[in-house]
Each structure stands twice: as structure tokens, then as C-alpha cells.
Design a protein around this ligand. Structure first.
Ligand code: GSH
Length: 254
């Protein structure tokens, strides 16, 4: 059995989609990131960067003690190696896939995360709209550039890393499907091959099942003050702020 430390966000969906694609049994361990679960000592032992997703495989590849892994790219690579699916062992094919996996981890995820931060939470993080302007321009511009990179690749390939569906697609789809919300929905006309791929991958039953896992976890009736407290916990983390959150998590656990 694999424990998945999870909250329903694009980075979390990558793992549930992969587990569904591979037909592996898993157990969801909720990490309420607005409530501070990512600062609890037990979670930090698995994921020292205080970010989910993370997994613990109790029946690990290679046998022996359970294996704990954080960072979604490493998790997908591990699950692919464990099942022999969606990542070839042939070096040429393997690195064709892994370069897109690393591309997603270093580009699409972080740029979309930052664009979302400035564009959708802007009014909560800065009083002066001018303060937000550069952040929006920079990061939405990067998302637009990355949409072009994907569209060009997908204009001559069925999938991101070539003719086969691989972990490069599984890791990129949960973010890519949300690009219209950051750029604007009309963008899909500018990037038709990206749109074709987003629709086609989204129609896979494992993908549909995986991204709906824990859909209601994040939905609660919260007051504006409670919403603000959750945002305060998540945004602008410094060492000092994380240290205090860790101490608070330890206090409430004991
Ligand atoms: N590179 C990491 C990113 C993970 C990440 O940013 N997770 C967010 C949710 S999508 C999180 O756990 N945030 C908690 C926090 O900011 O304290 C991965 O792909 O696993």
C-alpha cells in the first residue's frame, strides 16, 4: 500500500492520476496546507521542504523498509520504475521523457504558481495595484511563452515526449488544463495543438478519476477572516515564519 500525503491541487493531482493510470492501491493522507499540516513534525520527516505531495510506499521497489519520497517529479519517476509503465528503460527514450518532466518541474509548475499568486490573490497581498503589475506581467508572460513551447512540441508529436503517452504528459496535464484561467480562455484558439492534447488526455478515465480525488477536501464554508488566516500561512514564507508555524504545529499536536 502507498500512503499519499495529499491536498487537491495540481501538484497533488499528478500523483493520484499516475496511481490511477498504474492501477496501484493507495491511501490518502490529507495535508491541509491552509491549516498548517505541512509544518507538522511527522510530515516534515517525509517532506522537509514543507510541501505536498509526498508518498510512503510500504511495499517498495527493491524491497526492505518503506520508502518515503517528496517532489512530484521524483514520485512519478519512482512509480514508473516500480510498475514499468509510462517511462522506458531505453536510455534514448527515457531521457526524451525525463527532459520534459524536468521542464515541467522547473518551468510550467513554478511559473503558473507565481502567475496565480499575483493574478488571483493580488488584492489580498498588496494594497497598491502598481506593486502587482510587474509580477503579473512577468509570470503570465512566462505562462504564455510556455503555452507556445508546448503547442510547438505538440504540433509535431501526439504527446509531449513523442508518440507515446508518458509521465511527461501525466505531470504536465494538471497544470496545463488551468492555463486559460491565467492567460484567458481565448488562448486555446491560439494554441490548437495544446488544446487538442489537453482535451485528449483529460478524456482518459484514469486522469478523470485521479484529478477528482479529494475534490471536496478544500471546499468549506469559511469566513473572510478564516480565509485570510489560511492565506497568511501560505504566502511569503520566510525561515522565521516557517519556524513559528512548525512550533505552532508542535504545540497543537501535543
Ligand atoms: N515542486 C514541488 C511543489 C509542491 C508544492 O508547491 N506544493 C504546494 C501545494 S501545490 C504546497 O504544498 N504548499 C504548502 C506551502 O506552501 O506551505 C512538487 O512538484 O512536488
Amino acid at each position: 500500500m502507498i500512503d499519499v500525503h495529499y491536498w487537491p491541487t495540481p501538484n497533488g493531482w499528478k500523483v493520484t492520476v499516475m496511481l490511477e493510470e498504474c492501477g496501484l492501491d493507495y491511501n490518502i493522507v490529507p495535508v491541509d496546507i491552509g491549516g498548517g499540516d505541512q509544518f507538522k513534525a511527522g510530515f516534515l520527516r517525509i517532506s522537509p521542504n514543507n510541501r505536498m505531495p509526498a508518498i510512503v510506499d510500504h511495499d517498495p521497489l527493491g524491497g526492505g523498509e518503506p520508502i518515503a519520497i517528496f517532489e512530484s517529479g521524483a514520485i512519478l519517476e519512482y512509480l514508473a520504475d516500480k510498475t514499468g509503465r509510462f517511462l522506458s528503460q531505453d536510455p534514448r527514450e527515457r531521457y526524451r521523457v525525463l527532459q520534459w518532466v524536468h521542464w515541467q518541474m522547473a518551468n510550467l509548475g513554478p511559473m503558473m504558481g507565481n502567475a496565480n499568486h499575483f493574478k488571483n490573490y493580488g488584492k489580498n497581498i498588496a494594497d497598491d495595484p502598481a506593486q502587482l503589475e510587474y509580477g503579473i506581467k512577468r509570470f503570465v508572460g512566462e505562462v504564455d511563452r510556455l503555452a507556445g513551447v508546448m503547442d510547438a512540441q505538440l504540433s509535431s508529436n501526439a504527446y509531449l515526449a513523442g508518440s507515446d503517452y508518458t509521465i511527461a504528459d501525466i505531470i504536465s496535464w494538471p497544470w496545463a488544463r488551468l492555463m486559460g484561467r491565467l492567460i484567458d480562455e481565448a488562448m486555446w484558439d491560439t494554441f490548437p495543438d495544446l488544446k487538442r492534447w489537453v482535451d485528449e488526455v483529460g478524456e482518459r478515465s484514469a486522469v478523470d478519476k485521479g484529478w477528482q480525488v479529494g475534490r471536496d477536501m478544500g471546499k468549506r464554508d469559511l469566513s473572510e477572516a478564516e480565509e485570510q488566516a489560511r492565506r497568511d500561512l501560505l504566502f511569503n514564507q520566510t525561515n522565521e515564519k516557517v519556524r513559528k508555524a512548525r512550533e505552532e504545529a508542535a504545540r497543537t499536536a501535543s
